[in-house]
Design a protein around this ligand. Structure first.
Ligand code: XMP
Length: 515
């Protein structure tokens, strides 16, 4: 994605669990970084003219048969190289150092001692500091011409460098927050060793993307399916900056959004002057969902209907050859790497469109991490509620009415309860601490007593989780006072509910959603 003048660092991925994080941290230091497979041919690396190459950690031992090797010709490229963890071991071994299996590895927080003058990476930093380790093998002797610059109890050489060869290695993980000087070490490598200026920012992304979109679309027309989520909103705004009213957004309103959310999307896009077709398809969706209780069937119906409505609307927009998608870098990496094959975002998402759609894709976010997309959203002056919107499943509230049919009465109950939860969590300033929080309506009734009478009504389950990526999640320790207020308000204000429960299940073994 970056233009020819952009500074770029290539991260060769040896399969470590933190490889993506390395790229993210480098970008946070203001330098564009891209993740490439460890086996990327040297010619490709050379063609990219990177300012530096970083070798990630990985699960192998350098002594395993077939273990990934330090790319032999990298040394001849005249590009600075930083090996991290396995990357350093592979470098040390290839350059003639001694790497051996340690008696016991080092895992977790470890005391690091800076030795000698600490070199370019550690010079002037505290002699004793904490770092995060995760390794079994260790470097016992630095290769000839390399200077050891740190040690830990289990790593005689915990960092090394050869300024002459432009090779640097650290056994610890600078990319995780548990290494307090990690960002400093990365910054020194990028600025002082690799000579990067640090020009990568939300503003530069906008400038580059607007130019790239103009070039791709030319005088053509584009359409964009909006979900109300941050990705499609930011993608739409970027494309609108680039081609103005030759972009039309299509918002398929399935009637399964939260309270006032659909209206908000329409209002926001009107405010920005972005042409928007709002398709009120609630009736269509609800009539197809009538009588359906099986969760997979619900998802399927919602997905199919979505595509049908979208295609009908797209067909009405004459001359549109381009389809804007909010595909992110994490989607690209997960679906098999950074080749530029047109992958339609379909996994887990009601916005997934069939592959036979006759459009060329415009994917302005495909090299960006989620936090960068948010920064770009802010740069484009999108409102915070849009930029910081929580993940919301494509099938919407349709998968939060569990064990029974989705109908308007239940949706209204769920929306009213959810609105109260949002008001109270927002009021307690907890919004950004939580990954997601929402209400679930199990279709069962239980007995209660309200006033002088017995009630027979639905429960509402509150789900609030903390997470960094939705792969795992922990139930949030919401303050009792907040829970009490939410529960009291839901029961008093939402007719049809007489009980509120709090879900205290983590993922795994639970999932975030109930269906
Ligand atoms: P689970 O429930 O699998 O959810 O722990 C992980 C994340 O994915 C979201 N989610 C969905 N998103 N369509 C979507 O677009 C779906 O059918 C769907 N189901 C779950 C969920 O909200 C969470 O962020």
């Amino acid at each position: 994605m970056p233009s020819a003048t952009t500074e770029e660092v290539l991260v060769l991925d040896f399969g470590g669990q933190y490889s993506q994080l390395i790229a993210r941290r480098i970008r946070e230091c203001g330098v564009f970084a891209e993740l490439l497979p460890a086996k990327t041919p040297l010619a490709e690396i050379e063609r990219r003219r990177p300012k530096a190459v970083v070798l990630s950690g990985g699960p192998a031992s350098v002594h395993d048969p077939g273990a990934p090797e330090f790319p032999p010709d990298l040394a001849g490229l005249d590009v600075p190289v930083l090996g991290i963890c396995y990357g350093m071991q592979a470098m040390a071994k290839a350059m003639g150092g001694r790497v051996e299996a340690a008696e016991s590895g080092e895992f977790g927080r470890t005391e690091l001692t800076v030795t000698g003058d600490g070199g370019a990476l550690l010079g002037g930093l505290p002699q004793e500091q904490t770092c995060w380790m995760s390794h079994r093998d260790a470097v016992y002797e630095a290769p000839e011409g390399f200077v050891p610059i740190a040690s830990t109890p289990g790593s005689p050489v915990a960092a090394l460098e050869s300024a002459e060869r432009g090779m640097y290695g650290i056994q610890f993980h600078p990319e995780v927050v548990h290494t307090p000087f990690g960002t400093e070490v990365l910054t020194r490598f990028l600025r002082e060793v690799a000579g990067c200026v640090g020009q990568w920012s939300a503003a530069s992304i906008v400038t580059e993307q607007v130019a790239a979109i103009r070039e791709q679309v030319g005088e053509g027309k584009a359409i964009c399916g909006l979900s109300g989520g941050v990705d499609s909103s930011v993608a739409a705004k970027l494309v609108h900056e680039a081609i103005g009213d030759r972009l039309t957004c299509v918002f398929v309103d399935h009637g399964l959004m939260r309270l006032n959310e659909a209206e908000q999307v329409v209002e926001d896009f009107q405010h920005f002057g972005i042409p928007l077709v709002h398709v009120d398809a609630e009736e269509r969706f609800l009539s197809r969902l009538a009588g359906v209780t099986d969760p997979e069937t619900k998802r399927k119906i919602i997905g199919e209907e979505f595509i049908r409505v979208f295609e009908e609307e797209a067909a009405k927009i004459e001359g549109a050859d381009f389809l804007v998608q909010g595909t992110l870098y994490s989607d690209v990496i997960e679906s098999g790497g950074s080749d530029h094959a047109a992958t339609i975002k379909s996994h887990h998402n009601v916005g997934g469109l069939p592959e036979d759609l006759q459009f060329e894709l415009v994917e302005p976010l495909r090299m960006l991490f989620k936090d960068e997309v948010r920064a770009v959203g802010t740069e484009l002056e999108l409102p915070d509620r849009m930029v910081w919107r929580q993940p919301f499943p494509g099938p919407g509230l349709g998968i939060r009415i569990v064990g029974g049919e989705v109908n308007r009465e239940r949706l209204d109950i769920l929306r009213a309860a959810d609105q109260i939860l949002h008001e109270e969590v927002g009021g307690a300033n907890l919004y950004r601490e939580l990954w997601q929080f929402f209400c679930v309506l199990p279709v069962i009734r239980s007995v209660g007593v309200q006033g002088d009478g017995r009630t027979y009504a639905y429960p509402i389950v509150i789900r609030a989780v903390t997470s960094t990526d939705a792969m795992t999640a922990d139930w949030a320790r919401l303050p009792y006072e907040v829970l009490e207020k939410v529960s009291g308000r839901i029961i008093n204000e939402v007719a049809g509910v007489n009980r509120v429960a709090y879900d205290i299940t983590s993922k795994p073994p639970g999932t975030i959603e109930w269906e």
